[in-house]
Design a protein around this ligand. Structure first.
Ligand code: BGC
Length: 506
């Protein structure tokens, strides 16, 4: 029998999950650990958000940058390149050296990169600094979700991992505020870029007091240390159950102290299925256009007919605030409605809002309609229609397609591959992010704004079908149950007898 993945509870193996009833705010230790790990998410958001504002002032200080679009683009996108490399390498570092050392490493890169940028004497030094913080962002984007997921009780795991996404969206919001705040301060961009060293140093110090992930410790045969960490999270009854789960877990299938190989991902059918679902979610998160909105919302707002710079900046601050607020809704819903339902509802709304956005732009460019409306009001009304589409888009995207890909990727891979596969799919996220960021404006120039949003709406329809077909529900499941589920998905009932590594895909 195969588990019906869309209906958790249909298999006996899920029954244990029902007894677990820790509340989100029920365990201060796990919350503190999540908050400290989430500083990585905050820096992810801050460092990707701050550059749009900083660039305006960098251009003023360096004439070579002002006249050179390529240099400007490189300063912006070098952090994405770094993030790609950081995520790819960070996955392996996570498995080999643990979540704690990976976080410390990310912090060193964040701090060093921020200081290099702050003191940069020219654009090329700035680019090196952007590469360094990008590497930090990449490593943190793999590490923080996995570290949180491995310490989290399964019934609140989705919400806790999504808290890291709240830190990302919060970091983006904060970066826009800082951009506004430092406009009058001498040294503008140096402060904007340099202050990111502070949270990095704070996280470095906090991490020295936090433990290594209990699951990673157990896998590396440091059983006593692992149990000591679990003792801080669970009361004695639950502790026993959790330790039993760890002990009986199919982690035994892997030799401890032996990290998996990248080739296994393609050789083993269950790993392949998991990676397909995880990486697909990450790619669709980006191709459904979130960063066209996050990076270009002032441009979009201006194209909708609002020419004031201030209003455009203000509206983009509101967009960022809505994105963070929506993530809180996601934290509330993800362990209640489940990952699938949340992602599907989110995508449904994203399609509708993108169509509204597209229509607003298409109608606006159709001059026939404009002449039938009184002086100037055509652009005004349709402009507001576009802004409503934008707001609706964020309202639907932020609780679902924002957090779900990160949450799912933190929980669908077996222990020996959690860092590696999470890293590979985060790399897919960063590559997709770069493709979208680099092509959005050109595609708009080529086919027009309205049709561009229609294309993104089409991609969101594909994303909906993808989630419906390939993404299983993992709400409330223990890691062991998730592994078992993939085996059953890959092999049916005989999944129980197949070893993950031994089983060659048909
Ligand atoms: C995405 C980022 C995005 C952010 C904003 C995150 O989940 O990975 O690329 O900028 O959400 O919502």
């Amino acid at each position: 029998m195969t588990i019906d993945m869309s209906m958790p509870g249909s298999s006996g193996l899920l029954n244990a999950a029902r007894k677990r009833d820790m509340k989100f705010f029920g365990n201060p230790y796990v919350l503190a650990l999540t908050g400290a790990a989430g500083i990585g998410g905050f820096l992810f958001g801050y460092d990707t958000g701050v550059i749009s504002g900083a660039l305006l002032y960098i251009r003023d200080d360096f004439p070579a940058v002002r006249d050179n679009y390529f240099l400007q683009e490189t300063i912006v996108s070098m952090a994405l390149v770094g993030a790609m490399l950081g995520a790819a390498g960070g996955g392996w570092i996570n498995d080999a050296y643990g979540r704690k050392k990976s976080t410390l490493l990310a912090d060193m890169m964040f701090a060093l990169g921020s200081l290099v940028m702050c003191a940069a004497s020219g654009p090329y030094i700035l680019i090196i600094g952007r590469l360094l913080v990008g590497l930090g962002v990449g490593v943190a984007s793999v590490t923080a979700p996995v570290y949180i997921a491995e310490a989290a009780p399964s019934e609140i795991r989705g919400g806790l991992v999504s808290t890291n996404v709240l830190m990302i969206t919060g970091g983006q919001f904060f970066s826009y505020l800082i951009n506004l705040g430092f406009t009058e301060v001498p040294g503008t961009w140096r402060w904007m870029l340099g202050v990111a060293a502070v949270p990095a140093i704070v996280q470095f110090v906090l991490m020295l007091f936090l433990p290594e992930s209990p699951r990673w410790l157990y896998w590396k045969d440091e059983k006593a240390k692992a149990i000591a960490v679990l003792e801080k999270i669970y009361d004695s009854d639950r502790l026993e159950e959790e330790v039993e789960l760890l002990a009986s877990s199919s982690m035994h299938e892997f030799q401890s102290n032996n990290t998996g190989s990248y080739l296994d991902v393609f050789k083993s059918k269950e790993l392949r299925l998991a990676f397909f679902a995880g990486a697909g979610l990450q790619a669709f998160q980006q191709f459904t256009g979130i960063n066209t909105v996050m990076y270009y919302s002032p441009t979009i707002v201006q194209m909708a007919g609002f020419s004031s710079n201030r209003l455009a900046l203000l509206l983009s601050l509101i967009v960022a605030a809505m994105n963070a607020a929506g993530t809180i809704v996601g934290i509330y819903l993800i362990d209640r409605c489940g990952r699938r339902r949340l992602a599907l509802t989110s995508l449904f709304g994203v399609v509708i809002s993108l169509v509204i956005l597209a229509l607003a732009f298409i109608l606006q460019s159709s001059s026939g309609l404009c002449t039938s409306v009184a002086n100037g009001t055509c652009q005004g009304a349709l402009g507001w229609f576009a802004v409503a589409g934008l707001a609706l888009y964020i309202a639907f995207f932020s609780p679902g397609m924002g957090p779900v890909p990160w949450a799912v990727n933190s929980e669908i891979y077996p222990e020996a591959y959690r860092g590696m596969c999470g890293g590979m799919s985060a790399t897919v996220n960063w590559i997709s992010n770069l493709i979208v960021a680099q092509t959005f404006l050109s595609i708009m120039g080529l086919v027009g704004t309205g049709p561009t949003f229609l294309i993104i709406a089409g991609i969101a329809v594909l994303a909906f079908i993808f989630v419906a077909m390939y993404v299983p529900e993992t709400k409330g499941l223990s890691f062991d149950q998730v592994e078992q589920m993939w085996k059953e998905r890959a092999w049916g009932d005989s999944g129980n007898c197949q070893s993950l590594l031994g089983a060659a895909a048909p």
